[in-house]
Ligand binder design. Structure first.
Ligand code: 4BW
Length: 167
């Protein structure tokens, strides 16, 4: 029988101890939840942040773009370094004072794709063909994390080597 293996670390937290178990899954059993970066590890900005703060988050995190959330933690868009720099570029150069006048909501990309954590591996793969990452949301739009192209490619690589090994 052919198996695609995915290693999942399940941390079981008790008051005094933590243990780790390992579980293997077939490729068709893998869901977005198995591969996503959870919300607490995702750099993000809020809708009403000034652009100055957004640029700081993007610069310090090193990411090109990050999700934008509303005060309820619902996904409302993404913001990128390119969009910010484009907004503050005037005729005679960069007008940095605009960074404190404009808000993230003024310039962010609003039409962004999302996926749910129960979506299949292949649906996750399709979602990152044209985007470097896709946000993961629940049925009500609450932000749960991101699925990156890297996570999908790492899984494809694992599948490739598994097949090589099997001959
Ligand atoms: O800080 C970084 N650490 C590591 N390990 N890899 C990084 C870092 N910054 C960039 N990279 C690599 C990744 O392979 O460069 C790729 C492109 O980064 P990007 O898009 O243009 O900033 C990264 O590819 P990826 O992991 O598939 O991530 C795709 C995109 O997802 C990133 C960024 O926009 C977003 N992203 C990834 N992890 C994130 C995140 N956004 C917020 N918080 C995170 N933790």
């Amino acid at each position: 029988m052919f198996y695609q293996f995915i290693l999942i670390d399940k941390n079981v937290k008790g008051d005094l101890w933590m243990s780790t178990t390992r579980e293997y899954k077939k490729l068709e059993e893998i869901t977005v939840e198995d591969l996503m970066i959870p919300s607490e590890k995702v750099a993000h900005v809020m809708l009403n942040n000034p652009l100055e703060h957004a640029l700081l988050v993007l610069t310090r995190s090193g990411y090109f773009a990050v999700p934008v959330l509303d005060p309820e933690n619902k996904l409302v868009g993404t913001i990128s370094k390119t969009v910010i720099l484009d907004q503050i570029l005037g005729i005679e150069g960069y007008e940095v004072e605009k960074l404190s006048h404009l808000l993230v909501s003024d310039v962010m990309e609003k039409d962004v794709p999302s996926i749910t954590k129960t979506a299949s591996f292949i649906d996750g793969l399709k979602s990152v063909i044209d985007e470097p990452f896709v946000s993961v949301v629940d049925e009500e739009g609450y932000f749960e994390g991101i699925l990156t192209r890297r996570a999908i490619l790492k899984q494809v690589k694992r599948e490739y080597y598994q097949n090589q090994y099997r001959g």
